[in-house]
Design a binder for this molecule. Sequence first.
Ligand code: ATP
Ligand code: MG
Length: 386
Amino acid sequence: MEFDYIELHYGEIWLRGKNRPAFISMLMRNVKRALDGETYSSVVNTGDRLLVKLSADSSISSILSRLGYVFGISWYAPSALVRSSLASIIKNADLLAGASGISSLKIVAHRSVKNTRFDSKAIVSAFLKNSGKLHFTPDKYASDKLFINVTKIGTLVHINKIKGLGGLPVGVSGKAVVLLSGGIDSPVAAYMAMKRGIDPIYVHMHALQSNEEAKASKIGRLVAILSSYSGSQKVYYVPSHIFQSHVLKAGSRYGRYETIVFKRFLFRLAERIASSEHASSIVTGESIGQVSSQTIENMSASSHSIGTFILRPLISMDKDEIIGIAKRIGTFDTSIIKYRDVCSINAMNPKTKSTPGLIDKIFSAANLEEALDLSMGRASIVSDSQ
Ligand code: ATP
Ligand code: MG
């Protein structure tokens, strides 16, 4: 039994309202991008689903695995297109069941168009009537299912559904600047933001000798892994030595606040980049109380006066939940590789409570506005992390 299409379904809520056309065209663009390099005939929008039309030399398994990285797909399945007559549906469904080797299938019939002489109940009864002659045993309690969908282009038949990533197509929620560190959390935050339709632009501040060295490090690899979910690979690599030397010059009395000042510096940097990139938000991997820089007081002091909307998708997650996601999405093994990040050279034993006013004061005492200009001048923008 040959498959003609891969059927792609999106969440139904998004079928309603004015978001629908933008949603579907973004999803089509993302599906085509994910299938770049694959052999297939076209991606078709039938109004209630997308269909990837296969060609004779398509690699179905490879296409299926790539579709597993596309946000906005609730489920998908390889399907056969058959004529919308009871005889043709039964004959072809039987072939499909025979080829699958599954002997007990629950039949789920649905008509997306109602212009057939038979209804969905009639499809199920026709199966029950013929069950003795067929490859499979219709069983309403079976966990495997045979889906029969009468549509305007014919009847689509498939066995089971593959769960998609869900969420919204990357791009429908605009662009965001993602503050990407080398740790476990921020790649997961990037993933969660992408899941809600955000197209990421990454910013990484590094303590290495050069931007090239940072790009060749695990940061470049993390971006490459994350890009399987969105295609986005744009990274601003910014050296941290200018920030460090300015803070040092301001004297040691501020040392225990350095982590919070650093966070403010990152936000200011992100804000500038967001403005030039037309990005509407900033994403971080912060979670309440996870480390001393992430107490409510410190998060609020570090982000005080930042005009760009800040998203913290991990805000209420436990570390083990975050680790679980990192493992599932493929970033964990890279995140735990040893790396000389800026925070590890920041002050030990940081203060758990700071105030916006104090961080403002340190910012001007250390002349960090100037450090921002200088750091931006030393940034490298890389659009391809390979
Ligand atoms: P992570 O696991 O993401 O490194 P963390 O638990 O180490 O987070 P912090 O070091 O307080 O926590 O960082 C909090 C957030 O600040 C990070 O999730 C990231 O979004 C941002 N951040 C930290 N360091 C950097 C950096 N060097 N460059 C860019 N963003 C950073
Ligand atoms: Mg970190």
